[in-house]
Design a protein around this ligand. Structure first.
Ligand SMILES: *[C@@H]1O[C@H](CO)[C@@H](O)[C@H](O)[C@H]1NC(C)=O
Ligand SMILES: *[C@@H]1O[C@H](CO)[C@@H](O)[C@H](O)[C@H]1NC(C)=O
Ligand SMILES: *[C@@H]1O[C@H](CO)[C@@H](O)[C@H](O)[C@H]1NC(C)=O
Ligand SMILES: *[C@@H]1O[C@H](CO)[C@@H](O)[C@H](O)[C@H]1NC(C)=O
Ligand SMILES: CC(=O)N[C@H]1CO[C@H](CO)[C@@H](O)[C@@H]1O
Length: 554
């Protein structure tokens, strides 16, 4: 899972690098592993800055001032199987044809096949293990088949059709053709999110942004926006600055990854017409009724069993609060998060003294002592974190510790970009709920029902209209001759379901067992080389890893 962004400004004197940087901060939660920006200036020249670490560390004032141009793309990388520091930060770039840069969010499941195709058919060298490099080279190879000195929109759409037909998996991408314009496209199942927004300006001109989450568009004054549909692509060239949409291949399904709502996306985003925040409130509500029903079935009253509801910060807060309200039980912040914990230095002669959970969270005895507590978290993955948290609650004096998960039991790995763990390392693998409970040391574990979770993620038409209406008001009153070029009345089709493979083992792109085996062997190889052992603790930010290409001057 990653964050992606693209901007094209109607003002050729504007440098979009600073807005790309601001946008990256809004998407930072989608990936803290590496960050990169590529801009395109006069004469089609590219300027690039990328490196390991968070946006604020990679993009310094000095570096930003060297990224020139009124269009550009940005990427924030989330660590996936084996990708940590040994492969490059994105966006990736190929010089032929036309100079293409690309940022990718997701993961392809037929990488091996594509690698072979690259080698044997189109003879392109692939230098990293990253799927994104494959995707970029495939796009380049398709585009090269037209063998023209200048491409047009139809060529690009045709090339994308070739890409869509060869690639399997989840992908949302932003790309830039040097001296031409920006492109956005989304896989035919709509697994990963992508939106396009338009900013109508006082001078009657329009800027465009393509982003992973609506929050970026809203925050930067893009008044009109909509989701890019499964199998759809959009191109905005710098000459005309008009978005051209095309359904490149028919949508196979419209099945966003439900994990975006459970855990990944920012609460203030609306993805595919579904408010992330609202869905999380509902998760708390449904969880509460499941808990109430459980005690009813034992002929008990939940109020006699649980004294207080405590969230495991941060994602689960909204659900936990709503759960407490529905249960009519007090809500308390029992764990305080250390917001500044980031990197740690491990000296060669020293072992890690504290678990990463304890570095991040501190339990307040006053909220736990002598109480029966219900801890609420968004999900339980390996169970090691949950186990540590249960321990901390007991050490703080809790009498009983119940644990509730806003999502159902995770029994299978996630294959579209969030690398959870090998199936066997998941605490839900081949374990019943009671066994999980024992494993993490809780008195009982409550899980969300899958159907309930799906019901939580529904479109709220009223809310959608309200957002658009509010966003448009200032523009319409300023000058109603400026019309939006993004047709909002485009029929946004209903969602056909959700990608829920982590719970069921059935993935929307079909049987992926081969891919899982490959991922396991990659992980095993990494474990042997000890390279990414404590990835969530060690935060590499060596300035020497910053890669600058061209240094323009404002
Ligand atoms: C640029 O976009 C405009 C409007 O969509 C289109 O008419 C024109 O052909 C495009 N130019 C190129 C070179 O693709
Ligand atoms: C699942 O667990 C049972 C007993 O706990 C064990 O007998 C069985 O071998 C396990 N299956 C797998 C595939 O690990
Ligand atoms: C609560 O949800 C879990 C998970 O789906 C389910 O196993 C359990 O039966 C539900 N409990 C009640 C009382 O509905
Ligand atoms: C990996 O780490 C373990 C324990 O620290 C060590 O025994 C082993 O030799 C290391 N393996 C490699 C390949 O460095
Ligand atoms: C971009 C990305 O995350 N690629 C990963 C997809 O999965 C394979 C196999 O697990 C990894 O090797 C890639 O790094």
């Amino acid at each position: 899972m990653c964050g992606i962004l693209a901007i094209i400004s109607s003002d050729s004197n504007v440098n979009v690098a600073s807005e790309l940087f601001d946008g990256s901060l809004y998407l930072q939660h989608r990936g803290q592993d590496a960050a990169g920006i590529v801009t395109c200036g006069r004469g089609g020249r590219l300027y690039q800055c990328k490196g390991n670490g968070m946006a604020r560390d990679v993009f310094t004032q000095d570096r930003m001032s060297k990224l020139v141009g009124n269009m550009g793309i940005a990427h924030l990388r989330y660590p996936t199987a084996g990708s940590s520091s040994n492969s490059e930060a994105q966006p990736f770039y190929v010089n032929a044809p036309y100079g293409i840069s690309l940022g990718h969010n997701g993961n392809l499941t037929n990488g091996d096949e594509l690698k072979k195709y690259m080698d044997e058919v189109v003879h392109r060298h692939i230098n990293t293990d990253s799927d994104s490099e494959l995707l970029l080279n495939l796009f380049a190879a398709e585009l090269a088949t037209y063998d023209k000195s200048r491409v047009n929109e139809n060529d690009i759409f045709k090339a994308l059709e070739g890409v869509f037909n060869k690639v399997k998996g989840g992908y949302a991408c932003t790309a830039m053709l040097s001296g031409y314009g920006i492109i956005g496209f989304r896989d035919p199942n709509g697994i990963r999110p992508l939106l396009i927004g338009e900013r109508l300006k006082d001078d009657g001109m329009r800027d465009y942004m393509i982003a992973s989450e609506s929050v970026v568009l809203k925050a930067h004054g893009y008044q009109v926006y909509r989701d890019i549909l499964p199998g759809e692509a959009v191109i905005i060239n710098k000459t005309d600055l008009k978005p051209v949409f095309k359904q490149v291949v028919p949508a196979k399904t419209y099945t966003p990854d439900i994990f975006e709502y459970v855990y990944f996306a920012r609460p203030d985003s609306v993805l595919d017409g579904i408010s992330v925040y609202r869905s999380r409130l509902l998760m708390g509500e449904k969880l509460a009724s499941n808990i109430t029903n459980y005690y009813k079935s034992l002929n008990k009253n939940v109020l006699d069993e649980i004294d207080v509801v405590i969230p495991v910060p941060d994602t689960s807060r909204h659900s936990a609060l709503q759960c407490a309200i529905s249960l009519n039980i007090p809500y308390r912040e029992g764990f305080i998060k250390n917001r500044y914990v980031g990197r740690t230095f491990i000296m060669p002669d020293q072992k890690q003294r504290q678990s990463s959970v304890r570095r991040k969270l501190n339990a307040m005895a006053s909220e736990f002592y002598g109480k029966s507590v219900l801890l609420v978290d968004d999900s339980i993955v390996r169970g090691t974190t949950s186990q540590e948290i249960v321990n901390m609650a007991r050490e703080a004096g809790a009498k009983k510790v119940y644990f509730a998960s806003c999502s159902p039991v995770i029994r299978y790995n996630h294959i579209y970009g969030i690398d959870l763990a090998d199936n066997k390392q998941l605490v839900g693998y081949n374990r019943s709920e009671i066994e999980i409970s024992n494993k993490i040391g809780a008195d009982y574990v409550f899980y969300q029902n899958l159907n309930d979770l799906i019901e939580c993620c529904q479109r709220d038409e009223l809310l959608k209209d309200r957002e658009v209406e509010l966003a448009l008001t200032p523009v319409v009153s300023r000058d109603d001759t400026i019309k939006s070029l993004i047709q909002r009345d485009v029929e946004i089709p209903p969602i056909t379901g959700f990608e829920v493979g982590v719970f069921t083992g059935e993935y929307v792109t079909g049987d992926e067992s081969q891919y899982m085996q490959r991922a396991e062997s990659v992980r095993a190889a990494n474990a042997r080389s000890n390279s990414t052992a404590s990835m969530d603790i060690i935060d590499v930010k060596a300035p020497s890893e910053i890669n600058m290409l061209n240094e323009g001057d404002y």
